[in-house]
Design a binder for this molecule. Sequence first.
Ligand SMILES: Cc1cc2nc3c(=O)[nH]c(=O)nc-3n(C[C@H](O)[C@H](O)[C@H](O)COP(=O)(O)OP(=O)(O)OC[C@H]3O[C@@H](n4cnc5c(N)ncnc54)[C@H](O)[C@@H]3O)c2cc1C
Ligand SMILES: *[C@@H]1O[C@H](CO)[C@@H](O)[C@H](O)[C@H]1NC(C)=O
Ligand SMILES: *[C@@H]1O[C@H](CO)[C@@H](O)[C@H](O)[C@H]1NC(C)=O
Ligand SMILES: *[C@@H]1O[C@H](CO)[C@@H](O)[C@H](O)[C@H]1NC(C)=O
Ligand SMILES: *[C@@H]1O[C@H](CO)[C@@H](O)[C@H](O)[C@H]1NC(C)=O
Length: 543
Amino acid sequence: MKDVTKLKRRHKMKFNISNCELVSFFLTLVFCFFISTSSDEFLDCLSQTISSDNIVFTPNDTSYSPLLQSTIQNLRFNTTTTPKPLAIITPLSYSHVQSTVICGVKSRLNIRTRSGGHDYEGLSYTSFDHAPFIILDLNQLRSVSVDSQAKTAWVESGATLGELYYWVSQKSNLLGFPAGECTSVGVGGHISGGGYGMMARKYGLSADNVIDALLVDVKGRILDRDSMGEDLFWAIRGGGGASFGVVLSWKINLVYVPPIVTVSSVSKSLDEDATRLVYKWQQIAHNITEDLFINLIITPVQATDQENSSMQVTINSLFLGTVEEFMKTVSDGFPELGLQQKDCTEMSWIESVVYYSIYFKGQNIETLIERRPQPKSYFKVKSDYVKNAIPEEALGEIFKWCLKENVMLAMEPHGGKMSEIDETATPYPHREGNLYIIQYIIVWDDVGFISTQKNVASIRRIYEKMAPYVSKNPREAYVNFRDLDIGTNCYACSTCYVQAMKWGTRYFKGNFKKLAMVKGVVDPKNFFRNEQSIPPLVLSQSY
Ligand SMILES: Cc1cc2nc3c(=O)[nH]c(=O)nc-3n(C[C@H](O)[C@H](O)[C@H](O)COP(=O)(O)OP(=O)(O)OC[C@H]3O[C@@H](n4cnc5c(N)ncnc54)[C@H](O)[C@@H]3O)c2cc1C
Ligand SMILES: *[C@@H]1O[C@H](CO)[C@@H](O)[C@H](O)[C@H]1NC(C)=O
Ligand SMILES: *[C@@H]1O[C@H](CO)[C@@H](O)[C@H](O)[C@H]1NC(C)=O
Ligand SMILES: *[C@@H]1O[C@H](CO)[C@@H](O)[C@H](O)[C@H]1NC(C)=O
Ligand SMILES: *[C@@H]1O[C@H](CO)[C@@H](O)[C@H](O)[C@H]1NC(C)=O
């Protein structure tokens, strides 16, 4: 148990202690007393139902570290001081998940469920709240079974988006699924937080296309849509899964994709009137045919001489149709784009997935199921929704700030199907009236406190300056683009829900209250919790 004590010491070292945290700090001291007992208790409990070979990994096992690091996507949380789990459990069957939850509850150990490990703030594999924890890593639960007749599939949470896309495409070249571009993202976190991608304007979010799910609840039961009830089924489709249980598997509706789609990716510098183009894009991209998705990636290109440094605008399009139809659509609807046929390529939908996946461009579609290690970096992301086009002059200023701070912008249009779905239909409330979502992204490649502080400060300055141009009251954010800057839970406070409204309403607007009420029913003691989980609102407490 020496390792455990050491871990605990590390946990305690690194906080700026605020008032509220002070209380929980003392609670932790009390809790720490029992810590070795609870870890032993947990492993004992687990050993009664799971033979630990290749399923339970403690820091003593040589595979503990490689396994822990395997899907850490943000290297900010791959340091020696990042709090580490007491154990990592990699279930091979649903009953292993049930046992882990039952034993976790019994020994009061916080569980972090990890599917693809892409959480921007690392919440699926670390913990900043001083409590000991284990990781339930679903990487072995990744089957995808497609019913091409019924146009549905069951996909397990540990599958990646790339695996899902691949197996669907193997069954039919006319079926696809609307979800994110980055193919290493896990299905579990992605769908439970919404899931936004290049077909969202045509078909909505991933969560909008879920028709059933299997979830292990706090009592260790496996529930499906029928047995969990419509409120809980609503909550896990965009409210973040981590607050409600462990989602094992999702039944999804597959969507029609044409046999030929067209892609086009062109870059322009600001000298080429790109600012004006971005200005026009704001007015057009959300309101053009739903078959066309155009996003913008605006990157600082730093030359050795400052004079030649500039922002570069990359315009990525996915059109669900042939190049001819595409050319006609843009020449009628967005002539300012100046696209020519030579800038466009026809391919199958699954090939377009590879084309737009970050690391696999130009490779064959089998790379989607190879699970190769891929480049990782240190990063921080923040997000905003834009409801009124930003004036051209202001865009020019914004690009100057971003160049100076080395911040990249990714802008993705809403509109189409996204606007047709009611704000309360799922927890994702950013529907009608949003032109697009912005991600501010800063990436760096050296470890170290100073570098982190510097880069995080840069992106925060940009975010502050953007306030006049983006949604207000609340300033909205997307939960899958997790940002702990907007607020975190404080466990020692008696008014958890009230405190959490500050950030909860920014992710979920009016849906936050319903999420907290569902939580109050299904997990009133707040077992499934993290820094930004939904706090329980128990009926008698509020209304
Ligand atoms: C490079 C990159 C590109 C991205 N691109 C997009 C994009 O195009 N569109 C988009 O919408 N998002 C995108 N995201 C964000 C991504 O959707 C979220 O980070 C998502 O939550 C990741 O899911 P995951 O399973 O990989 O993450 P994890 O880190 O494993 O989990 C994220 C959260 O969900 C919880 N969770 C995971 N699995 C389960 C489960 N089975 N049951 C219950 N709770 C669970 C975790 O505990 C954690 O709180 C991107 C992220 C990255 C890093
Ligand atoms: C780890 O190894 C030490 C020393 O070999 C042992 O005392 C301890 O019980 C082990 N811990 C676990 C969790 O297996
Ligand atoms: C994560 O940290 C470990 C231990 O410091 C290191 O060996 C490993 O290379 C790091 N991973 C990456 C991708 O940098
Ligand atoms: C969207 O486009 C249609 C024509 O295709 C136009 O009538 C309408 O005013 C536009 N709406 C917005 C919000 O720009
Ligand atoms: C900027 O780039 C141009 C063209 O590449 C080059 O000729 C010029 O010398 C550069 N400016 C400076 C200040 O180096």
